[in-house]
Design a protein around this ligand. Structure first.
Ligand SMILES: Nc1nc2c(ncn2[C@@H]2O[C@H](COP(=O)(O)OP(=O)(O)OP(=O)(O)O)[C@@H](O)[C@H]2O)c(=O)[nH]1
Ligand SMILES: [Mg+2]
Length: 220
């Protein structure tokens, strides 16, 4: 699974060792619990990084690629599958949270409003939330929801990285052009967030995402 055959990076051995150390750390991720409300979360101590994004954007797939486990978080061809906050732990004090997808049209308004409320409450009140991963399909980024989430995170000075998912669906040129457009849209919003070209099946951007998330999990 690791890029052992890649001799081009052999001169950066320390970087490679660091990646392998991170890989081992993320591989230890285990399912803890799934809860329909922020009140059902584990005690608010330690450090957490959450994955947010539109329904079907690829949140669960990104999480699985990052922890290098094919089916830790449930992936579905049916949008709206993850309707709970799903908690995974790397250690007693480090957690990854798979948030319910936003904006799935085919559920009643009342249910949708309840999801929005729950995520809003979680982002606003969770003290150990140290960083937000917004997963956005590169062909649709940024959605209205992504922009809303960027504003919520800015409001509480929460750092954000945007994974531009499904980058394997575009050639390199159009993917880079799309990334630049998203960088500009973020700047135009007056907020700050880095972007990473990402593909779960192609393992693109996975190492970079691990480095960022590990940094947030370590910060207290
Ligand atoms: N080609 C490609 N397909 C992807 C990628 N990431 C996710 N998918 C596919 O997109 C669909 C949705 O992926 P999920 O990871 O379940 O998306 P989600 O954001 O967790 O969806 P909800 O839990 O419903 O909000 C699945 O069919 C995945 O196989 C990617 O990087 N490339
Ligand atoms: Mg999901």
């Amino acid at each position: 699974m690791t890029s052992q055959g890649n001799t081009a990076i052999s001169s950066h051995n320390s970087g490679k060792n660091e990646q392998e150390r991170l890989l081992i750390r993320f591989r230890s991720a285990r399912f803890v619990l799934s809860t329909p409300s922020a009140g059902g979360m584990p005690p608010d101590s330690g450090a957490e990084v959450a994955f947010a994004g539109r329904s079907n954007a690829g949140k669960s797939s990104a999480l699985n690629a990052i922890v290098d486990q094919g089916s830790l978080a449930r992936i579905s061809k049916t949008p709206g599958r993850t309707q709970h906050l799903v908690v995974f732990a790397l250690s007693d004090s480090e957690r990854l949270i798979d948030l319910p997808g936003y904006g799935y049209a085919r559920v009643p308004h009342g249910v949708r409003d309840a999801w929005h409320q729950m995520i809003d409450t979680y982002v606003e009140q969770r003290r150990t939330l140290n960083g937000m991963v917004i997963v956005s399909d590169i062909r649709q980024a940024l959605t209205e929801f992504d922009e809303q989430m960027l504003r919520w995170c800015a409001a509480r000075s929460l750092p954000v990285v945007v994974l531009l998912s499904k980058a394997d669906k575009l050639n390199r040129g159009p993917a880079v052009t799309a990334q630049r457009a998203v960088d500009k849209a973020i700047a135009d919003l007056g907020v700050s967030a880095s972007t990473i070209l990402f593909s779960a099946p192609a393992k693109l951007g996975v190492d970079a995402a691990r480095v960022q998330i590990a940094q947030w999990l370590t910060a207290r």
